[in-house]
Design a protein around this ligand. Sequence first.
Ligand code: PDD
Length: 279
Amino acid sequence: MSLVYLNGEYLPIEQARISVLDRGFTFADGVYEIIPVFNGKILRPDEHLIRLANSLSSIAINNPCTSKEWRQIFSNLLADRTDDRNYSIYIQVTRGTGERNHIYDNELVPTVLVMCNPVNERDYSHGVTAITHEDIRWKYCHIKAITLLPGVLLKKLAKDTDGSFEAILIREGLVTEGASSNVFMVSEGQIKTPAKDGSILAGITRDLLVNLLQDNVPCCTEQKITEQELRQADEIWITSSTIGVVPVIMLDGMQVGSGKPGEIWKLANSIYESYKREL
Ligand code: PDD
């Protein structure tokens, strides 16, 4: 049976228990990380662990493990996943258990959960549809916080509107990101993605793709994207650890470009897929 890691122990998931006073439960006071594992190989573990460390320090939780300890937990959990499925490692660290008080005690011991789940192998290569919506989230989106209610509501709204997969978010006329992905667009042969600031999560897939495209023609520039530019884009892509690089073929019920996955997406996706294969 597959085990999960909880606070130093490896347990069947049914036996993994936390207190109802865990601040993750009462305040969503914690952060998380999702790390993909392809063919038994962890994609960009250092980058994910650095982002986890940044998220933790942004909310003043001491990192409960060293990089070596995290990696040991991952390999223990992966040890019995010897099939050829792809997995994602889910890490959640909360501030710990204490009385329900907004003001927290500095001495709390963080709760640490790590589990490894099979990835949904849906084929996205024909593209997905998306809606746009005002970015209703808080302003510290660079922190991978477990406070995901806006994202949950936005994804549900996208689905209920027209079966869309994603909600692409707009703040003050500028594209930020998807509810659970980063956004790229292509216009007149130029690839663009919003620059990293507090308004987006520094997606590991996003950063990898920007790097992989560095020596490519066209390369990708990191710059502001207006809502109008997005609506006139020839191609739109969304990226995340669990979906990879996915073309958006309809936006708010309107065709994006030709309404089919674009040629530049095909090129970018093949570069990303071959990077994964060569891991
Ligand atoms: N979400 N932006 C947001 C708001 C996200 O939630 C995610 C990923 C990304 C992409 O980041 P990365 O490439 O590192 O996965 C961008 C994960 C997959 C989730 O919450 O399920």
